[in-house]
Design a binder for this molecule. Sequence first.
Ligand code: AMP
Length: 218
Amino acid sequence: MVGVGLLVILGKQGAGKGTQCPRLAERYGVPHIATGDMLRSAVRSGSELGQKIRKLMDDGHLVPDEVISEVVAHRLILPDCARGAILDGYPRTETQAHTLDELAGQSGITRCIVLDVPTPIVVARLSARRVCASCGTVYSADPPPGPSTCTVCGGQVIQRADDTAEAISERLAAYERETKPLLDHYQMRGLLTHVDGQGTLDEVFARLVDVIDGAAQA
Ligand code: AMP
């Protein structure tokens, strides 16, 4: 795979992946594959898959590994992934990480970056998070009340069903339990870089670009 390769972006919910990944995708000319967005769109479409996973998602639980891995496998074989992709929200469990190793094949994963943000800050960010129901652009209701109309597409800006206090705590627990162990998986292979996820949008973006460009030269 020539280009930026497969980049995995990890970090707690609310660490800024959904804000930074589209910008990275634009900069490097590769698709942003956000499994949460793909699943939400399946729920909105009312497809069989969507009906099956709606409650799990609303309650902040992970969907089964085999379900999400099939979705990702179908996405990664599309031609726009030939030069790489930014993976946001996948893998989230050790089983998914092993599946991704298989899907990535010989070229493998270029780098895994974890966006570090302390838990109290992500809780505050998630509680204030608002998203466009049409295009997914992320907004904040801090200070309140936040925008009601999307400045990108004119869609309605809403609070996600899984950004309630209960679902947030379940999702962060799932991160600690299922996803954090993946840091070792990538660390042991020399693929992991921690990036400070606090600061302005541009500051965090610049740190990410430094890491990715540095990895490309290495
Ligand atoms: P996110 O937008 O990344 O916070 O994902 C929203 C929800 O989608 C999660 O709470 C899970 O229910 C589901 N989801 C997204 N990605 C995965 C994944 N890799 N494995 C299992 N469930 C996922």
